[in-house]
Write a protein that binds this ligand. Structure first.
Ligand SMILES: [Zn+2]
Length: 86
């Protein structure tokens, strides 16, 4: 079964929500909406988005641009993934 994500094609807000539903149904043991702590060799630390990692993979060079607080991660979920979070 193909995933509802096509690499290189920006998803619409509805498709992003559909993609998260797909992840939550198929890989239910992962807390997709919780961030994951990441750091790189240069000691940049950040909170990675599991949904984005599932889509795009881990690119070490981008760690310095990751959110550093839960509040910033939640803002990413609201603005990029169109989720309603506190
Ligand atoms: Zn994300």
């Amino acid at each position: 079964m193909a995933t509802p994500y096509k690499p290189g094609v920006e998803q619409t807000p509805a498709e992003k929500i559909e993609y998260l539903k797909f992840l939550e149904e198929r890989v239910a043991w992962i807390s997709w909406r919780e961030p994951i702590r990441m750091n790189d060799m240069r000691n940049h630390k950040g909170l990675g988005c599991r949904i984005c990692i599932a889509k795009f993979g881990i690119v070490g060079e981008n760690i310095k641009f990751l959110p550093s607080s839960l509040e910033a991660h939640n803002q990413h979920l609201r603005e990029y993934h169109h989720l309603v979070v506190a």
